[in-house]
Design a protein around this ligand. Structure first.
Ligand code: HEM
Length: 420
């Protein structure tokens, strides 16, 4: 292709690799072909533009996620080594919140925070939200005979998870749009580099406004604890002599709101897109509801809402045939791993009946997604409602546009027609 360059890898045969631009239009539109090409030609590939090794084989991705030689704190090295003293002063408020986030913590501090947060995600707390998810979902989608045109993102995939996580963290329903705006600004920078230019400024402003918005909500919940309530559990969490500090609590609540809505929104949307493109799989599901759980796992594998995860090597370490130097960044392409034919048969085929449980979209190892049971519950309930109401689903566009992001896979608009 015109974007190709020649490169020698590991001293063996020359391989042709694609351009390093992870935000090139064809990569954003179809990351799977891009990562599959990398996986088969240069499985541990130095991406000059992003300044990271891109790892695309399932076994290698799993090894990196489980290895103590890779740190999840990608923010501190950036902050400390790449920003001038003046810049550090300017961006310290943003950095100070990000570094309370469990996703950027490494052992031993990670285990302390995880112990405290895990208690808030008990099956009891997650299960308690199920009836409300069902009720909410059923008010969002049209009922009645005939054909229904629906803007899937605006009318369903955004409001459902946003409402669920907001109500779990005590945000008032009329403020959902505020939370969504703040989240969008923050998620952009939450990938190790604190973003750049205007985006960084917007993220810092959003982060501080968000924190001040949550402060009275947390104070109120401290005085009025509730049963089976995520925020109450976070506030009262205690292990041995530890409790979350106020900063950790507010930072944690922001992380949950940011992590809990866009990812689940995209999972839901990607699931409907895959089913609309594979009507025979939709019919199969309608006949056998026991496949709903597996369908959600298969969507996570086939077209998950997270494409990549980032780590930093804390030591010189081997990945496959490549020696990675201490301090090098590694981009773990879970999208690449999830279509690795060494792990999954016929990986480019969307098959609601397959065992997709080895998918890596919730991560793996000590940082495995805490919200996975909640995301699964929401997506399964949403899918069940769609199957209850509609005979078929059709996409009303040939081409879906995605937000150009390295980490997230975010469809921008998904017009569909449901037929009852
Ligand atoms: C961690 C994906 C939904 C809360 C993670 C990680 C991934 C992930 C890949 C690990 C990050 C890493 O290793 O660098 C997803 C996906 C979701 C989803 C694909 C939806 C489909 C949620 C929800 C919540 C949540 C709904 C909360 C309500 C968290 C938290 C962590 C996390 C707190 C940090 C765990 C740790 O660092 O120990 N998520 N997530 N996630 N997720 Fe999720």
């Amino acid at each position: 292709t015109p974007n190709s360059e020649e490169r020698f890898d590991g001293g063996s045969a020359p391989v042709t690799v694609l351009s390093d631009d992870l935000l090139a239009e064809h990569v954003v539109e179809d990351p799977h072909s891009y990562f599959s090409h990398l996986r088969e030609t240069s499985p541990v590939h130095w991406n000059k533009a992003f300044r990271a090794w891109v790892v695309t084989r399932h076994a290698d991705c799993l090894a990196v996620l489980k290895s103590p030689n890779f740190a999840a704190d990608t923010v501190s090295p950036y902050f400390e080594n790449r920003l001038s003293e003046r810049e550090q002063t300017k961006w310290r408020p943003l950095f100070d919140v990000l570094r309370t986030w469990i996703v950027f913590k490494d052992p031993p501090d990670h285990a302390r925070l995880r112990g405290l947060m895990r208690g808030a995600f008990t099956p009891r707390v997650v299960e308690a939200i199920r009836p409300a998810v069902q009720r909410m979902a059923s008010t969002l989608l049209p009922a009645g005979e005939g054909r229904h045109e629906v803007n899937l993102i605006e009318e369903f995939a955004f409001p459902l998870p946003a409402w669920v996580i907001s109500s779990m963290v005590g945000v008032h329903q009329e403020d959902l749009w505020l939370v969504s705006e703040w989240s969008k600004d923050i998620v952009e920078v939450a990938q190790g580099s604190l973003g750049s230019g205007d985006r960084r400024q917007r993220a810092q402003t959003a982060m501080l406004e968000f924190r001040e918005y949550l402060r009275p909500i947390v104070e109120d919940r401290r005085r009025n604890p509730r049963d089976n309530d995520l925020l109450t559990e976070l506030i009262t969490a205690e292990t041995e002599s530890h409790q979350l500090t106020v900063d950790e609590l507010l930072g944690g609540a922001i992380l949950l709101l940011v992590a809990g809505h866009e990812t689940t929104q995209n999972l839901l949307a990607n699931c409907v897109i895959a089913l609309a493109r594979n009507p025979e799989q939709y019919r199969r599901l309608k006949e056998d509801r026991s496949l709903v759980r597996g369908t959600v796992e298969e969507t996570l594998r086939f077209d998950g809402p997270v494409k990549s995860l980032l780590r930093v090597a804390v030591d010189e370490v081997q990945i496959g045939a490549v020696t990675v130097a201490k301090g090098d960044r590694v981009l773990i392409s879970v999208a690449g791993a999830n279509r690795d034919p060494r792990k999954f048969n016929d990986p480019d085929f969307f098959d609601v009946g397959r065992d997709a449980s080895a998918q890596l979209t919730f991560g793996q190892g000590i940082h495995y997604c805490l919200g996975a049971p909640l995301a699964r519950l929401e997506t399964q309930e949403a899918l069940n409602l769609i199957l209850d109401r509609y005979r078929s689903v059709r996409l009303l566009t040939d081409r879906i546009e995605y937000d150009p992001k390295v980490i997230a896979r975010t469809p921008l608009s998904v017009p569909v027609e449901f037929t009852s």
